[in-house]
Ligand binder design. Structure first.
Ligand code: WTA
Length: 674
């Protein structure tokens, strides 16, 4: 791998302080920051790309390894032309991420520090766990899992809301070398079943119900349906460990399958509070997380242990300028990658105090987040642009009625943050004094890739700014040629970093073709990107058929296949359309069986089928009746035209003469408001 210092050269250029788009950190902030200037960053960054092995080994040495890693420190072939794509970091090293999160921090004197402040859905309903207590709870569950036969390399599906039991379950799996696969508790029974059939877990962990805002969601019923479906497909799950979430639903009224279902509270507390650690290889799998792609079924993104540990901890420390006194709150759910890397692992590896919130951020009103910030004296607050926009609409009073003086650093993730939301977040929430870390990354990357280091350089609202240590982003044109300087194109990465995903579970072929074939020699992110004259990166959104709704990745193909499973739908084409709060909304063009009339009822039942097949968060915002879809003569749907119709940009339809039947476009336009 050829080291490049090109980025550091660009960064060395002075940023003009008269540029109105630049938002400078205060001198006080910079003075106390881990990285206090762009020059300091440049030095570190330079070393990280010239000597990745040395750079990351030095950092990795700060963790506990039962046995040190071998040589070479890393191996990476990201070039499909040279053979199989292969990424490894710290291979031969034996460690355990749960030990590093808990035991290591306890041994260094932090046993009585609060690890988790848990805030329930209802204000006033809360709990805390110190590092000692968290370890005890993790060990009890780990012992139980071992006892029922879960061992190293076995998969465990976790379908839990944001209870403390969710990080506990993840850590318990990690402690015994089992591979957790958390399924976001908004996914439907069918989605869970699909994941169960793919990874064949030894056990499923869930709870009976949860309250989110004013609603009760009966999670156990959803799991029951999923288990029935997977059993019909030959995959039987012997144990469904169910936590009684008493405030949402009592045990007595929970539906139960004798012999299979076990109450967590009946068994787990009986186990010892210590549990031996299973030392695993740095390259042993830690977790599987399913994510949407542009085609077919969800992909099981596989992350391994050592590199993921080192990288998530390091990015957490630098991108949030984390100090041991900080109180950190990330609003993401552990069902997504953000919750894995920056609710559970990154913060706990740093010995941080973490707020875990069960409820909805606008319940009982739009001031809830700031109420929580004041209650726990949160100093680092990490959230998604969609939440910022929805709270912004409610007006400033909900924010200003709370002090928020504990806040020090703000963070954003999931989609590009539009400059007006950025400025509101900065000026109103942060009172103009807290830098915003707009972190760009992906399920696949495991950790932050492009992110401000607060204190080190000025931000520009809407830009994720500069690459993290060791990351070499490149922008290529459609032919895969690397572009220099100011440019716009496809975002790729040209060298490996420790927390890169290693494969798609059970399908290395798909891993290679999806990510490494479009632009040979590079990892292709699926995102479009501009780089400005200062070397800042501006993400422009997905260039594949993935829609980003409220920061949740949804594959258009998945929504389409859910729609066509409806008996009256013969064809569907789904596109993303700009949405004021969600960033993107789901816009579905639907062709019905010949002779079936359009009706409101049918529209509802089409939306229902998507909720059932995927989950409520994937429900289309709009169903557009389509007697026909614009197709080329070879039968390919021209989504470009559909996107224009959906966004009502009719004067930008472009050339429609290559369509097999150009008249469908007029029909669609005529039906826009039906
Ligand atoms: C988008 C979420 C712009 C991007 C961590 C990426 C962003 C996809 C940002 C990954 C950001 C995430 N600015 N776009 N700060 N963060 N994205 O896998 O399109 O759920 O490819 O990971 O979200 O979504 P995923």
């Amino acid at each position: 791998m050829a080291p490049s210092t090109k980025n550091s050269v660009i960064l060395g250029e002075a940023l003009a302080s008269e540029d109105v788009n630049l938002v400078f950190p205060t001198e006080d902030f910079s003075r106390q920051a881990h990285v206090s200037s762009i020059q300091k960053y440049g030095e570190k960054y330079g070393r990280s790309v010239e000597d990745p092995a040395g750079f990351w080994s030095d950092i990795a040495s700060g963790f506990y390894w039962k046995q040190k890693w071998g040589q070479p420190v890393y191996a990476d072939n990201l070039d499909i032309r040279k053979g199989k794509i292969n990424i490894e970091w710290f291979k031969g090293g034996k460690t355990n991420i749960c030990y590093n999160c808990l035991d290591r921090n306890i041994k260094s004197g932090n046993g009585d520090k609060i690890a988790i402040y848990w805030e329930g859905n209802e204000p006033g309903h809360d709990a805390t766990l110190t590092y000692n207590q968290l370890l005890a709870r993790v060990c009890q569950l780990a012992n139980y899992l071992k006892d029922i036969g879960v061992g190293k390399g076995d998969a465990v599906i976790i379908y839990l809301p944001m209870l403390m039991e969710l990080p506990i379950a993840m850590l318990a799996c990690a402690r015994i070398g089992a591979i957790h696969s958390v399924v976001f508790a908004g996914f439907s029974a069918e989605s869970i079943a699909q994941r169960i059939m793919d990874c064949k877990p030894k056990v499923v962990i869930t709870c009976n119900a949860v309250r989110r805002g004013p609603k009760t969601i009966f999670l156990k019923d959803i799991v029951d349906a999923a288990l029935t479906e997977s059993a019909q497909n030959g995959i039987n799950i012997d144990v469904c460990l169910t936590f009684e979430n008493e405030s949402a639903l009592k045990k007595e009224v929970t539906k139960w399958v004798e012999g299979r279902d076990i109450w967590w509270q009946d068994v787990v507390p009986k186990y010892p509070v210590t549990c031996e650690v299973e030392w695993v290889d740095a390259e042993d799998p830690l977790f599987l997380l399913y994510t949407s792609g542009s085609t077919g079924k969800p992909k099981g993104v596989l992350h391994t242990t050592g590199g993921y540990m080192v990288y998530t901890a390091t990015t957490f420390k630098y991108a949030f300028d984390y100090k041991s006194k900080d109180i950190y709150w990330c609003t993401a759910d552990c069902g997504w990658i953000t919750g894995h890397s920056y609710v559970t692992y990154g913060p706990l590896l740093n010995g941080a105090t973490n707020v875990v919130f069960e409820g909805a951020p606008n319940y009982p009103d739009a001031g809830r987040c700031w109420d929580i910030v004041d209650k726990y004296k949160v100093s680092i607050f990490y959230t998604a642009p969609t939440l910022v926009r929805s709270l912004m609409r409610e007006g400033d009073e909900y924010v200003t009625r709370y002090s928020r003086k504990s806040l020090r650093v703000l963070g954003s993730v999931g989609e590009p943050i539009n400059p007006s939301a950025w400025r509101w977040f900065f000026n109103v929430v942060g009172d103009g004094r807290c830098p915003i870390s707009d972190t760009w990354w992906q399920t696949e990357t495991g950790g932050f890739m492009i992110t401000p280091l607060p204190g080190a350089w000025p931000q520009k609202p809407g830009s994720a700014t500069l690459p993290f240590f060791g990351v070499q982003p490149v922008i290529v044109d459609e032919k895969g040629v690397e572009l220099e300087g100011e440019c716009s194109g496809y975002l790729c990465v040209k060298s490996s970093w420790p927390s890169a995903f290693r494969t798609l579970y059970g399908d290395h072929e798909r891993y290679q073709t999806t990510y490494f074939s479009a632009f040979p020699g590079y990892y292709f992110t699926g995102d479009g990107c501009n780089r400005d004259k200062d070397g800042y990166y501006w993400l422009t959104g997905r260039v594949d058929d993935v829609i980003n709704v409220s920061g949740h990745r949804i594959g258009t193909a998945e929504v389409e296949s859910a729609l066509v499973s409806h008996p009256q739908c013969v064809e569907a084409a789904v596109v993303g359309v700009e949405h004021e709060v969600k960033g993107q909304g789901i816009y579905a063009f639907v062709t019905l069986t010949e002779g079936v009339p359009y009706s409101e009822e049918l529209r509802k039942s089409l939306i229902k089928v998507v909720r059932e097949k995927i989950g409520a968060f994937a429900a289309p915002d709009k169903i557009h009746w389509a007697p026909g879809l614009p197709k080329t003569r070879s039968g390919k749907i021209m989504r470009r035209i559909l996107r224009k119709i959906a966004s009502k940009s009719l004067d930008e339809l472009g050339d429609t003469s290559t369509l097999a039947d150009p008249s469908v476009v007029d029909q669609l336009i005529a039906l826009a408001d039906c």
